[in-house]
Design a protein around this ligand. Structure first.
Ligand code: IFM
Length: 448
């Protein structure tokens, strides 16, 4: 049987985020973000690493764009740092910050690379955190203003946008489990924050539609295909609960305009949250996305458990499976299962894989090149599943690899390397890994 081909306009791109690569935290009038504060708090980040210098992309972006051009990718997903645009979160916008992203976007277009811009990849201005951060409803309004400012500044050239990246991480990892900035452990607040994020997303969509700009808008959700550990009814029930917790709590408001009733009752009964004001759900329901961004890394296998407070689920680690350096299972079939599920349950939306990739040890070097065969194999197998999804009629338009270059991996600091290009953190020199060379050939051979 002949292998199906990618559609002509399918985009292979790379993906990054501002705090993880830019550095230059004190330049161009940038204000502090919650990640500056969190990473400088002792004990929060592996090895005490911070994003102060990161990959110095702020100064080296021409070099990074040249690498992408040589690689042959047609798209680049990047994020704008809110505190570069509004150092205090609101008020007057900061021209040097906008100028930086204008230069970046121009340089990308000049190199024939289409930018996809994410407005919020976790770097909230610290000044807003001091007023309550995402727990304060006013942050929603500040976000809408910030979004509007960026749309109007870059929107004549940027035609693809994500409002938020992985809102579950902001809400739950940052406010429930305290592992991300701002490092709070308060489940009720976390659920309230998730509602404010959904509202912020909706207001940004509204601002974009009102601006009259052309372009397409989405949101990047990290979703998981979730499988019960057994066919026992209680495990199936736990898997459905986990699906509500990880997937439907964010997918349903974005795609259907309403929170899933089962999770809403769980949170209301146990946490008294979220407070939803009159008109909120109408706003959320009225904010249609043009595409859904999916960040896929691994599946979850879930069994029932009574030990986990009011979350009756426990994850099971698959025996004998293949894992990345993050301890995440390599499971390409999960990508296909996830795409099929979203296609089936959410009315066949246009989708992009806004992130997929893996951290590996990267410690085998031959002829001066990192022999990351494990990453090559990872990418090849996931791309194959993407192609299979398309051949089934699923509307998948692009695949952005996380990440272009090794970078600051949040709580893990610089200890986990996801890049197609290696970064030497002493010299900041970039170099090709085998996976980057492989991708270049793949793009050529598949006419992408
Ligand atoms: O590095 C992160 C990124 O910022 C968000 N998605 C997952 C990646 C790997 O952990």
């Amino acid at each position: 049987m002949e292998r199906s081909v990618f559609p002509k306009d399918f985009i292979i791109g790379t993906s990054t985020a501002s705090y993880q690569i830019e550095g230059a935290v004190l330049e161009g009038g940038r204000g502090a973000s919650i990640w500056d504060v969190f990473s400088h708090t002792p004990g929060m980040i592996h090895n005490g690493d911070t994003g102060d210098i990161a990959c110095d992309h702020y100064h080296r972006y021409p070099e990074d764009i040249a690498l992408m051009k040589e690689l042959g990718v047609r798209g680049y997903r990047m994020s704008v740092a809110w505190p570069r645009i509004f150092p205090k979160g609101s008020g007057r916008s900061n021209m040097p910050g906008l100028d930086f992203y204008n230069r970046l976007v121009d340089a990308l277009l000049e190199a024939g690379i289409e930018p996809m811009v994410t407005l919020y990849h976790w770097d909230l201005p610290q000044a807003l955190q001091e007023k309550g951060g995402w727990g304060n409803r006013d942050t929603v309004l500040y976000f809408a203003d910030y979004a509007d400012t960026v749309f109007r500044s870059l929107g004549d050239r940027v035609k693809k946008w994500n409002t938020l990246n992985e809102p579950i991480c902001t809400a739950f990892t940052g406010h429930w489990f305290g592992r991300h900035a701002p490092g709070i452990k308060d489940a009720s607040l976390a659920v309230q924050v998730s509602h404010h994020l959904m509202l912020a997303h909706a207001m940004a969509v509204e601002a974009f539609r009102q601006s009259g700009l052309d372009g397409r808008l989405g949101i990047a959700l990290n979703l998981y295909p979730i499988y019960p550990a057994s066919q026992l009814p209680e495990d199936k029930k736990a898997a459905w609960f986990a699906d509500g917790f990880y997937n439907r709590w964010f997918l349903d408001p974005v795609m259907k305009g309403a929170y899933p009733e089962d999770m809403l009752s769980v949170y209301r009964e146990n946490l008294n949250a979220p407070v939803i004001r009159d008109g909120d759900m109408e706003k959320i329901a009225g904010s249609h996305v043009d595409f859904l961004g999916i960040n896929y890394y691994f599946r979850k296998i879930v069994k029932s458990s009574e030990s986990n407070d009011f979350l009756p689920m426990e994850e099971v680690r698959p025996e004998g499976a293949e894992f990345t350096e993050m301890g995440w299972e390599v499971y390409p079939q999960g990508l296909l299962d996830l795409l099929r599920r979203v296609h089936r349950d959410y009315d066949g939306p246009c989708m992009m894989i806004t992130e997929n990739g893996a951290a590996f040890k990267d410690n085998i070097i031959r002829d001066g090149i990192i022999q990351d065969d494990d990453r090559v194999s990872y990418l090849e197998r996931h791309l194959e599943k993407a192609r299979e999804a398309i051949s089934e009629g699923i509307k998948l338009e692009g695949y952005y690899i996380w990440s272009l270059i090794d970078n600051f991996e949040w709580g893990h600091g610089y200890s986990k390397r996801f890049g197609l290009f290696h970064v030497d953190y002493n010299t900041l020199e970039r170099s090709w890994k085998k996976s980057a060379r492989w991708l270049k050939r793949y793009i050529e051979e598949n006419n992408l």
